[in-house]
Design a protein around this ligand. Sequence first.
Ligand code: NAG
Length: 324
Amino acid sequence: MKVKLLLCCCIGFTLIVLASRASDFMGWTSHTTALERFSDSRKGYSIVMNTWKRYDLLKQSISHYSRCPRLDSIHIVWSEPSPPSDSLRKFLDHIVHLNTRDGRQVELKYDINKEDSLNNRFKEIKDLRTDAVFSIDDDVIFPCSSVEFAFDVWQSASDTMVGFVPRMHRIDPVCLNLYIFSSFRESDKNHYIYGGWWSVWWTGTYSMVLSKAAFFHKKYLSLYTNEMPASIKEFITRTGLHLLHVHLNCEDIAMSFLVANATGAPPIWVEGKIFEIGSTGISTLGGHTEKRTNCVDRFVAGFGRMPLVPTSVKAVDSRNIWFW
Ligand SMILES: *[C@@H]1O[C@H](CO)[C@@H](O)[C@H](O)[C@H]1NC(C)=O
């Protein structure tokens, strides 16, 4: 009798252990349990896409991003003199409908602006359903897996800007010498230089991520609209015209300043595959760095200090790394 009782106990115990393991395992694989940790507004993200008279690119990007699983809505920032044509609207609605037949609902909205200003892309959106905004240009494509990974990173640090394109600032060495040899105390009187792709590659350090492909909290849209110094907004409207589709603009630097000023922390650079479908290649042309440097100096003056914080952290999907 005793042996049988003991055996029963053993079997019972084993079953309980197995059952708890199994439920653990189920919890792991099922996607919904992971999502239920977040409230509704944290479940998905909204795309805010800046576009300008390149309908083929717009169609291509909308068609691509509307397939991403956790996308909630797409807001197209429209600053052209004439509103989007009926045929374009029909076409885009049709694409989104085709790509969301798996029961998801992706809303497609146009935020139509009268004035052509690059500040429009950060205008407050009143009816945004998600906290997360994915700000993207119409001419860059990231695979949905990269976008969703960046979204995961953002959920761990939702005050921070999380993006794919890092840039840096550094102190102008000429002025630094001045600083050392003249006991020049105020560090904010430094001049800064904008560092592009090469500088980030060379130093492994960055202090901005560009809003051509970045996640941030929607509260920064209202902060930008309501709190950004007027001098900076005017500067951006004045210098950032859509000439020749060339981006001699600085609104992305301004956004980095705004978030860094609010958080006192650096952004997060996320690994991701980038496909440029528009190929203007302007950033390699002469004059670009000087213009961006000028913007950085302007914004330091506008904020009264340099808010950007350098870092060398890069977020990488650990499933893609083989060796630790
Ligand atoms: C920058 O930060 C300071 C200090 O926290 C704050 O007073 C100021 O309003 C911020 N500026 C903007 C434009 O948000």
